[in-house]
Design a protein around this ligand. Sequence first.
Ligand code: FAD
Length: 388
Amino acid sequence: MLIGQDIAILGAGVAGLAAARALAFRGAKVTVYERAEAITEVGAGLQLSPNGVAVLTALGLDAASVAMRSNGVMLLDGYTGRTVLHMDLKRYRPDNAFLLMHRADLIDLLAQGARDAGVEIKLLHSVERVTETDASVVLDFENGTQATHAVVIGADGLKSRLRTALNGDVDPFFTGQTAWRAIVPALGGEEPIAMVHMAHGKHVVCYPLRDGSLINIVAVEERSDWTEEGWFHRGDPAELTDHFSGFGGGIPSLLARVTEVSRWGLFRHPVAQHWHGTRTALIGDAAHPTLPFLAQGANLALEDAWVLADCLANMPLESALPAYQLRRRARAERVIEAANGNARNYHLKGPKRAVAHAVLRAGGAVAPRAVIDKFSWLYDHDVTTQTQ
Ligand code: FAD
């Protein structure tokens, strides 16, 4: 147990808030420092899979109550709208929770869960510098204040200050892919399925949110001009419809309903070499940012939060931190590699595309369950029942 252990967490995102509740439940005195002035989230959707939902459930949080249950994933030919592969999760995985969730609803659930567990959340605290000594960790904030804690966890996302302190600066590289994100009102009656419309060098993912009243859209395109990283760059709806005008199968009419869109460049960041110091550790995107093509960044963040809390509660600090990295690193790398693979597979061109689609169609027709079971390593991984 961690009775009275003084632990600070940088960042009130998915990773930070989940870790806060997990550690507070184990007796720690937890303070979360968040740079924003409020715990809010951009309007966007998330797919949560059983590996992430298992952590929320073990934390006593009922994600399904604020999410839609996903019936499956459908890969489609972006030009014709014809189905290439239907992963029917409702039929073949009826007992597993695959959820379609608004990010704001997940953050609200986690923030309330952290507060209920006694966590103090300090807003408008942007960490500038993290200095580790033998006895403590000193945090310097942009607002000129300072704090000292026994242990500090960096859950401060893509541009983590703690990651830089532990690993130095590493330049991410632009993948040559630009993404647009938008939410539009649903027309009604859309099935709770994640649809992936695949075309040459482009794809569009869409799925309903919030009792089916909204549709979440992510459109990705390979293009040579550089776009900045980050989610908050305003895009032009007309440019979006123009760039995806070759699509069929309901995509043109869906994109025509977009009135606000954000646009950003997708970058690959290496997995951090060092996930911990002597009194510090990285979790979530701070340790291992991933491209969104397997919908696993938030799920991995939840897994990290649980495993780190488990290690800290059951081992002395000097062995808990290396044990945490050992339990997490290979899995994070495998997931990231699989997401990178999807980036290529969704955008195939020419004969490769025809062959790949034919193989997927045949696989889905002959062995629909096996197609889903190929992902057992990902979705059946339950960190809450593992001790190693
Ligand atoms: P973040 O969510 O980035 O949180 C970091 C927090 O730290 C923020 O609140 C930030 O304000 C704060 N912070 C940053 N710097 C400082 C500082 N210096 N001082 C104090 N606070 C600071 N994942 C899925 O699992 N399923 C999906 O379907 C999915 N879809 C996605 C779709 C898109 C388009 C994208 C881009 C990502 C998607 N992801 C998805 C990935 C997922 O959103 C991220 O991996 C996840 O949010 C990471 O959580 P985090 O808590 O590590 O980081």
